[in-house]
Unconditional design. Structure first.
Length: 342
């Protein structure tokens, strides 16, 4: 097994020294020592520590471990981080103080995370603190998805997943967008989520609003896709979650519209089919071309349309799906980084 390169921390220190830079000081947006310690475990921790079932216990452990000095020791992190990883990060004094924690996080920040739109990046950061809210059924689906991705992933090669619900208007688009954000956040933008339905309608305006609320840029293209219901216009939107990179990096944007899951715009073979509603799960016992089929149904926020709870329930569903997919991508990244090299 290989571990994350120890030189990353040294590189960050040298870069800071060369520019005269110092780790960010406490500001109104500062996440605080507990969250930084949690991010360190999410970046460098043991597989058990990354299991969402243990997320609440990990936070409790870290709160006690930090103490008044906000410094971590190897003993305090037993079971949360391997002793060899801790030794490489901590240096000669074998203690991780706030500055060293910040430097370790900076060194391990993927380039694609820095490309996320600022408001969206802040929302993504917040989602990483709530993995304890993932329920048991979705934890099981997440474990299955982690296994599939780590088995199929080839560095730099596209890997496709399709979120499927009935109308491809709400849950599937929310899930696909949050999945793409999570993949970029964890440095895996080649993993790409798509959306489709069994009886397509249109990209619902309430879904558009829920995504715009957290900083996703969604703009009409003035094109219209094939209509599902004859009376329902089906506009095509440009959905963007990050700024452009160089020609060698996947764009952090896509075009989105309501479509059947088998539409030519979606992958046709070798993809993961993620069934996010009970109707699609029951109606698609076999998804043609899929490499794996994983059911992860969520309640449709549509039932709250035109009520006082509408906006809150769309946000709730967006974040429920988001935290599951962030947890999945976090574990995928850690497993890929610790796989043996040839």
């Amino acid at each position: 097994m290989t571990t994350r390169p120890a030189f990353l921390l040294a590189c960050a220190a040298l870069a800071a020294a060369a520019t005269g830079a110092t780790p960010p000081q406490t500001t109104a947006r500062d996440p605080g020592p507990l969250v930084r310690a949690l991010w360190l475990i999410q970046s460098q921790g043991t597989p058990d520590a990354l299991d969402p079932q243990r997320d609440q216990a990990v936070k409790g452990r870290l709160s006690k471990a930090l103490g008044k000095e906000k410094t971590l020791t190897s003993t305090a992190l037993t079971g949360l981080m391997s002793s060899s990883t801790f030794a490489k990060l901590a240096g000669p004094d074998q203690r991780l103080d706030p500055q060293e924690i910040e430097m370790a996080l900076t060194a391990d920040t993927p380039a694609s995370r820095t490309r996320l739109l600022p408001k969206l990046r802040a929302h993504a950061d917040a989602l990483t603190t709530s993995f304890d809210l993932i329920d048991a059924a979705h934890q099981a689906a997440g474990h299955a998805l982690v296994t599939w991705i780590t088995q199929k992933h080839v560095p730099g090669q596209p890997l496709d997943l399709t979120m499927i619900c009935t109308g491809n208007s709400r849950r599937s688009i929310l899930g696909a967008t949050m999945g793409n954000i999570a993949a970029a956040y964890y440095g895996l933008p080649e993993i790409r989520f798509h959306s489709g339905g069994t009886a397509p309608t249109a990209f619902n305006p309430r879904t558009v609003n829920a995504l715009r609320e957290i900083g996703v840029e969604i703009d009409p293209t003035d094109a219209e896709a094939k209509r599902g219901e004859p009376a329902t216009a089906n506009p095509v939107y440009r959905v963007r979650w990050g700024i452009p990179g160089d020609s060698n990096t996947p764009p952090l944007e896509t075009t989105e519209f309501s479509k059947r899951y088998s539409d030519p715009a979606n992958p046709q073979a070798g993809f993961a089919a993620l069934l996010v509603c009970g109707e699609a799960d029951a109606g698609c016992p076999v998804v043609q071309g899929a490499s794996v089929r994983i059911a992860m149904p969520y309640l449709d926020p549509k039932i709250y349309d035109d009520s006082v709870y509408e906006t809150a329930k769309y946000a709730e569903r967006r974040d429920d799906m988001g935290r599951l997919l962030f947890s999945v991508m976090m574990r995928v990244r850690n497993q890929l980084q610790t796989q043996p090299t040839n």
